[in-house]
Each structure stands twice: as C-alpha cells, then as structure tokens.
Design a protein around this ligand. Structure first.
Ligand code: AMP
Ligand code: GLY
Length: 434
C-alpha cells in the first residue's frame, strides 16, 4: 500500500522514513517534503500543500492512509475534509485540534476536567489585561491564544516586560489574529518534559518519553525556538511519574474530549512542567508529534508504525504493544544563521552527501532534514532553505554515548553561519550517566 505524509520538516522526514521501512509499504509520498525526503529510498515528494489538491492526490493514488505532521492543516480541518471524502487520515478533527489552536479553549477544557495547569486568565481587552497583572509580580507568562509558529509565548521577567507584551499583542497586533486574544499565566518553575501519545479516541498508547531543548543557546539561554535538539528517554519521567502523568493528565484529556462529544484521534503532545515538588502541570497541548522529539523517538521505535496506525484507526490501540530500542537516542539540530528570526538561506551544505550516501536504515544514526532544497546541480547540491536545517540523530548505549555519536557526525557537516547547541542531553547525562 501507499501512504501520504503531510509536512516538510524533520518530524515528517523521520515519520516517513520509519513508515517506509514496513514490508507492507510500497511508497510513502511526502507533501511537500524536503531534499532529505527526496533522497530517501521509498519516499517521493509531491508538490502539494492545498487541502483540495491533497484530497485529489489521495483519491487518484488510492492512498491507504494519510498522516499529518504539522498543526496548521489540522487546525484548518484537513481531517474533516478527508473524512468527508471517505479517505483515511490519522489526526484530530478541526474541533479537537483546538486543544493546540486555541490556548483559551485548552485552558477552559483543562479547568472543566480537572487537569493540572498554571492558573491563568484570558483577555482581548488591553486595559483589563494591564489591570490583571497589577496584582501580580514577575515573572509572568503572556501567551497569544492562536497559532503563532513558536513566537506566541513571552516569559516576562518583570511587570514592565509583561505590560509591553500585552501592548505588542493586543494593541499593535504584531501577531495578527493569533494575538487578538491573550492568556496571562502564572510562571511555573521546574524541568520540562514532552509526553507524546497516540490516541484512537478511547485508548491511548504512550510513545517513549523525550526532552526538547527550546532555547537557542547552551545552558538554556537565548530566545525560544521550535527546538534545538531532543533526546529519548527522558529519565526525569520515572515509572512513578509516568503513571501519574497518564492518570492525571492523559487519561482525563482523552476521556474529557470523549465526554465533550469530540473523540480525540491522533498524536497528542503534552508539554509538561515537573515542579520541584514533583507535581506535573500542563504548559501546552499540541495536536501532533513534536519536532525535534520525533526524530530520536522514531530512531528508537522497533515496532512497525503502520501496524500501530492501523490499530489507531480501528480504535484497537488497547490490543497492541509497542517495542523500543533499549538504547538512548539524541538529535542535535543544525540551524541557519538568523534563526529563530529571519534565517539566512541558499548556503551550500558540505559533508552531508558523503554521509547520506553510505547511510542505511540499520545504522545507529540518521540525518533528518528540515529546511533543505536542491540547488541548480540537482541532487549533488543541497542548500539551506529555512530556520532549522538538519537534525543529526544517533543511538547510543546511554545518553552520553548517543550525544558523542550525534556530535561526531554533525562535526563533519558544514554550512555558513550554522547555529548548534553543544549541550543537548546534558540534563539527562548529568542526572544519570556521568
Ligand atoms: P508553550 O508554547 O505554551 O509550550 O510555551 C513555550 C515555552 O514557554 C515552554 O516550553 C516553556 O519553556 C515556556 N513556558 C510556557 N508557559 C510557561 C509557564 N506557565 N511557566 C514557565 N514557563 C512557561
Ligand atoms: N519541539 C516542540 C514542539 O514541537 O512543539
């Protein structure tokens, strides 16, 4: 059978790569994909992004299942449109995707169903928002309600910064519609973890735990990004904590959606803060897999992903087990100069083709592409074309060895202005493997 993966980032490269390894699969189309998915055996890029074009393609090619990578097609209702056309697609409906697409919706949902999260209030009126924070002190968090491509959260260290963020969103409309409503949230201290599950609407299959590194620079300094690297497993999530997260957060969320009349089918990503007291609170929900968390997670996944997805579509996820490589995996992101602002583009990437030619799916590493395109010389010339460019992902007996392997490979790849953190996985190494 043939499958379709929607998206063009490292997450989609990893997802399509993993799907293509199943003996049941002839081809995995990626729409629109990147240079990495174009080079990968078993994958083929197609140049469509409009939902109507994707539906027509899926009908014509008799696509057995479509898997959606990023949030925006989900928020736009791609699942509803495919469903109406009788096409199989894995992801939440437009209504269910509101868990990510509207932070106000997500907060009200969590409050209604007793799911732990930071105290907050929602505003579209700037003077009411300014008045609310008068009674607070810094730090405090200002969040745009809608999807803002990672730019919608301001951690205001002082009240002056918070007042400024309110004006930026509600008066100057810097984030457009996404920032026309804001959420003001209490600041939480602790360590973050990403908890990602597959849901069939009733049953849940948790994926391996992982930890992202959101800040641009070493030691969690600099601006927030989409993620500069990730590793799996996240040892902060002990078996006891895992059970607590399932009990207090994941199960009530899936049951709450069902009770509200909107079954949640798809990947669900809970961004969590684990407080020093051991409490777990939801920072955000995403209605999709994480990027770059997916890259190390897919490298560790031993089960056939097509079989897991089939169970998810048939609402039989309770009947399947998932198998993981017991080794750790770690991915380091190589990003363009200027990221997370305006990235520099069209720089040649050297050292990459040599490594990719010899790469096999049984290797202990894989290079997943994000913002890459071919230059005029076709497949022999790969150029930068976005913020995050590559995620070099490797397995190792422990996080420290996975870190060394990934960085060893990354050190052979070069492009002008490359930004890369040097401490991916250090929290995991510090805790357990030193
Ligand atoms: P979000 O998109 O809501 O996950 O926010 C992006 C990042 O901002 C998170 O990964 C955290 O690092 C940080 N953040 C969000 N909300 C809070 C909060 N209430 N307290 C502390 N940090 C937060
Ligand atoms: N890495 C964070 C995210 O995908 O939202």
């Amino acid at each position: 059978m043939n499958l379709l993966v929607i998206g063009s980032g490292g997450r989609e490269h990893a997802l399509a790569w993993k799907l293509s390894q199943s003996s049941r699969i002839r081809k995995v189309y990626v729409a629109p994909g990147n240079a990495g998915t174009a080079l990968e055996p078993g994958l083929e890029n197609i140049p469509f992004t409009a939902i109507s074009d994707l539906v027509a393609f899926a009908q014509k090619e008799k696509i057995a299942l479509t898997v959606v990578g990023p949030e925006s097609p989900l928020a736009d209702g791609i699942v509803d449109v495919f469903d109406a056309a009788g096409l199989k697609i894995f992801g939440p409906t437009k209504k269910a995707a509101q868990l990510e697409a509207s932070k106000t919706f997500a907060k009200a949902f969590m409050q209604r169903h007793g799911i732990p999260t930071a105290a907050s209030a929602s505003f579209d009126n700037p003077s009411e928002a300014h008045h609310y924070i008068e009674q607070k002190e810094g730090p405090i968090v200002i969040k745009a309600d809608g999807l803002a491509a990672g730019k919608g959260v301001v951690i205001a260290m002082t009240l002056a910064d918070a007042h400024e963020a309110i004006d930026t969103m509600l008066i100057e409309n810097k984030l457009g519609e996404a920032g026309a409503r804001i959420l003001i949230e209490d600041y939480l201290e602790g360590e973050e973890a990403s908890f990602i599950v597959m849901s069939d609407g009733r049953n849940v299959l948790p994926l391996a735990t992982s930890q992202d590194h959101k800040r641009l620079l070493d030691n969690d300094k600099g601006p927030n990004t989409g993620g500069m690297g990730a590793y799996s497993p996240a040892q902060i999530v002990s078996p006891t904590l895992h059970a607590k997260i399932m009990r207090e957060i994941i199960t009530p969320t899936i049951q709450g959606m069902a009770r509200d009349g909107e079954l949640y089918t798809g990947f669900l990503y809970a961004g969590l803060m684990i407080t020093p007291k051991g409490e777990v609170k939801v920072l955000e929900f995403n209605c999709r897999l994480g990027d770059p968390e997916t890259q190390p997670i897919m490298l560790r996944l031993k089960s056939d992903l097509t079989i897991l997805l089939e169970h998810a579509m048939n609402r039989t996820l309770d009947k399947v087990e998932i198998e993981w490589d017991r080794r750790a995996a770690l991915g380091v992101v190589m990003a363009a100069e200027g990221y997370p602002g305006e990235p520099r583009k069209n720089d040649a990437i050297t050292g990459l083709a040599e490594i990719m030619i010899n790469q096999s799916s049984t290797d202990d590493f894989h290079i997943f592409h994000s913002g890459t395109v071919f230059g005029n010389q076709g497949k022999n010339e790969i150029l930068t074309a976005g913020g995050r460019i590559l995620c070099v992902t490797a397995l190792g007996e422990n996080i420290k060895l996975a870190h060394q392997r990934a960085y060893d490979i990354a050190s052979k790849i070069h492009f002008k202005g490359c930004q890369m953190r040097h401490d991916i996985g250090y929290k995991g190494i510090g805790n357990h493997d030193k």
